[in-house]
Write a protein that binds this ligand. Structure first.
Ligand code: NAP
Length: 280
């Protein structure tokens, strides 16, 4: 399969380098600015395209690595071209292949390929890309072929149904961005209790880092400690009385989630009182 990239940014450049290093034939890059396409082509030893049509003509697979907001515009241009039997994929986490509207009528096959990975820069991210878990969503014809390609490089993959794509992305946001919100809430509460702003996050760091290591190594059930895990109703009640507004609501809802874990972990315990408390 010969691949051409539209969008010579962090993901396009990194993915192109990653694939060429593993023997996949990359034709080259088209990008909004020719300079970006030239830099990516230099880095990957491929060529620069100055039109989308010439890139599409040369490629069996077109990887659209532009920002999410530009994928629809690029597709409007691609769908006017003879793209029968070609693989068209974007790399957005939140959008599905449905953004390629009317692709069946073009005779092409649409996908979204999403590496669960933060691409920090164009020239170094590819070095760690083999550790990325990659999700693939889209037409069944080439789904397995795409997954097999990444698995042959050592990536683990998961097929996501089109209707689950946005929920999948919400899940990823929970563990990454929302975790930032939770830590921020915690450090603000510490500051209200007298911590200097510069100390609050560093004071939490052994808790945060130990917890993350434990979750990743042993799973959420084994990592859970604290009052909910101990079924300590009076401490949870005191926490709820001490918190107000959004902090109280976040504490209450997440504690309900912890009760779900605690019930699986300690099937012999009665969690009725705790559940009743957290329902209010
Ligand atoms: N960054 C991440 O960590 C990450 C992780 C997973 C998935 N993704 C997804 O990967 C995709 C690309 O993200 P990115 O981080 O690589 O973005 P990026 O670094 O901003 O690169 C986007 C590239 O697309 C080019 N471009 C913009 N509009 C275009 C258009 N209409 N036609 C052609 N080229 C256009 C840009 O322009 P120039 O030619 O001016 O440079 C730029 O080179 C997005 O869908 C994003 O959600 C990103």
């Amino acid at each position: 399969m010969k691949i051409g990239f539209i969008g010579a940014g962090k993901v396009g450049t990194s993915m192109g380098k990653y694939l060429t290093e593993r023997g996949i034939e990359i034709n080259g890059y088209y990008s909004k600015t020719v300079r970006s396409a030239e830099e990516a082509a230099d880095f990957t030893n491929t060529r620069v395209y100055t039109t989308i049509s010439s890139l599409a003509e040369d490629s069996d697979g077109v990887f659209v690595t532009v920002p999410d907001g530009a994928i629809g515009d690029v597709w409007e241009q691609l769908k006017m071209l003879p793209i029968k039997n070609k693989i068209i994929s974007h790399f957005s986490g939140s959008l599905s292949s449905e953004i390629f509207s009317d692709i069946d009528r073009c005779g092409a096959y649409g996908y979204s390929i999403h590496p669960l990975f933060a691409f920090h820069d164009k020239y170094n991210s590819y070095k760690e890309l083999s550790q990325a878990f990659i999700t693939i969503e889209g037409h069944e014809k080439y789904r397995k072929k795409l997954a097999d390609m990444f698995e042959s490089f050592g990536n683990r993959t998961c097929m996501i149904k089109t209707e689950d794509k946005i929920r999948y992305h919400g899940a990823a946001v929970m563990a990454s961005n929302l975790f930032v919100g939770l830590v921020d809430m915690s450090r603000r509460l510490l500051e209200q209790c007298g911590f200097a702003p510069e100390d609050a996050v560093s004071a939490l760091s052994p808790l945060i880092l130990g917890n993350v290591r434990h979750i990743v190594r042993d799973g959420t059930e084994n990592a859970l400690t604290g009052p909910v895990e101990r079924n300590d109703v009076s401490t949870v009640k005191a926490h709820l009385e001490a918190l107000r507004g959004r902090e109280r609501e976040v504490y209450r809802l997440l504690s309900q989630q912890l009760v779900t874990i605690a019930k699986e972990k300690h099937k012999d315990r009665d969690h009725t009182a705790l559940e009743g408390l957290l329902a209010q």
